[in-house]
Design a protein around this ligand. Structure first.
Ligand SMILES: [Zn+2]
Length: 111
């Protein structure tokens, strides 16, 4: 026995590979949090869309989402402080304008 019968030759073989998921990266992510842990397979399954991913991949996806939320929160907090300062400035301007109107009315009544 030479063992050649266990060798499969790919020379001249036509490719039979088909790509069904054109955007694999997109299909590996979802924003749902209704999950089932597949303990034996060490996988996480989304109950909403049926996505099944490796547990570590899901943890990384969750982590990246948390970082994005944290960054958005910081940005919104900065914007809130900026808008608060603008409101305070507008209140100060309104107060000054009311005082100017009172002065002008008093000057006008003297004429
Ligand atoms: Zn999902």
């Amino acid at each position: 026995m030479s063992g050649d019968e266990n060798i499969v030759s790919f020379n001249g073989a036509r490719s039979s590979v088909q790509v069904e998921e054109t955007n694999y990266e997109q299909k590996r992510r979802c924003a749902h949090r209704n999950l089932t842990l597949l303990e034996a397979r060490r996988m996480v399954c989304c109950n909403d869309c049926g996505l099944t991913v490796d547990g570590f991949d899901w943890l990384m996806m969750y982590h990246k989402g948390e970082i994005t939320l944290r960054n958005n929160s910081k940005h919104l907090q900065q914007e809130r402080e900026h808008l608060f300062k603008q409101v305070e400035e507008l209140k100060r301007e309104r107060k000054n304008l009311k005082a100017a109107i009172r002065r002008n009315k008093a000057n006008a009544s003297k004429l």
